[in-house]
Design a protein around this ligand. Sequence first.
Ligand code: ATP
Ligand code: MG
Length: 242
Amino acid sequence: MREKRSEELEALEEVFDRSTLMVVYDFMNHGFIDEIHGVVSAGKESRVYWAKNSEGKELAIKIYLTGSSEFRKGMVQYIEGDPRFSGVKRDTRSLIFTWARKEFKNLEQAVRAKVRVPRPIIVRNNVLIMDFIGKDGVSAPTLKERIPSNPERIYEALLVELEKLYRKAELVHGDLSEYNIMVWKAKPVIFDVSQAVSISHPMSNFLLKRDVENLNRFFRKLGVNVLPDNNLYGRITGHGQA
Ligand SMILES: Nc1ncnc2c1ncn2[C@@H]1O[C@H](COP(=O)(O)OP(=O)(O)OP(=O)(O)O)[C@@H](O)[C@H]1O
Ligand SMILES: [Mg+2]
């Protein structure tokens, strides 16, 4: 492997197992990653690193923790019932790999539908590389981190994104909240889509209604004159009221 060792890479080597590291090294050897610069976020289920490729372009590397077995329980229901992932293995490791692949596919489908999400670059096992949303290693703020000064416009823009996500990408986010929406260049970017399901998933309707309620609750608190839940549901799906 090329000798491009940063302190951050060394720190990463202390957190992840050998097989995860092999994937990271392979991505380095193939030029997907040139340097890993820092941890952006260390959650229960994943860590996100700020990196650059060989052209200096900023990347986010999301690495799912394979030791996190808690996460297995909640995960299965989002995989089962999604026709894209029928017949996958059920051991914890395989499920986590499927989870990462699912996030990648969801991002791909969303990008194809021109939804504002991070562009996915490559995924293997539990390691996913995507565009970095933000600049110089500082992630764009989430709605939770920074209340937008123009909440009405962000709300309106989100409705357009959700319409594309449902009608064109045929996906329901399933965990939509102020934690999973960033604002970049005055427009919303939806992320953290590993749990997003195909609209044909038996839970998709329930999940969409929950997303709609969460979104409306957040923006109502900011004083936005939100659409009633039913109308918002209808606006997103084009199917009339829930
Ligand atoms: N593509 C990206 N560009 C910039 N920052 C990102 C990107 N993806 C994720 N992040 C940062 O990492 C954080 C966690 O990402 P994400 O929500 O996808 O992971 P998670 O496993 O759900 O973590 P958590 O449990 O903390 O929500 C985000 O809040 C954001 O600050
Ligand atoms: Mg998240």
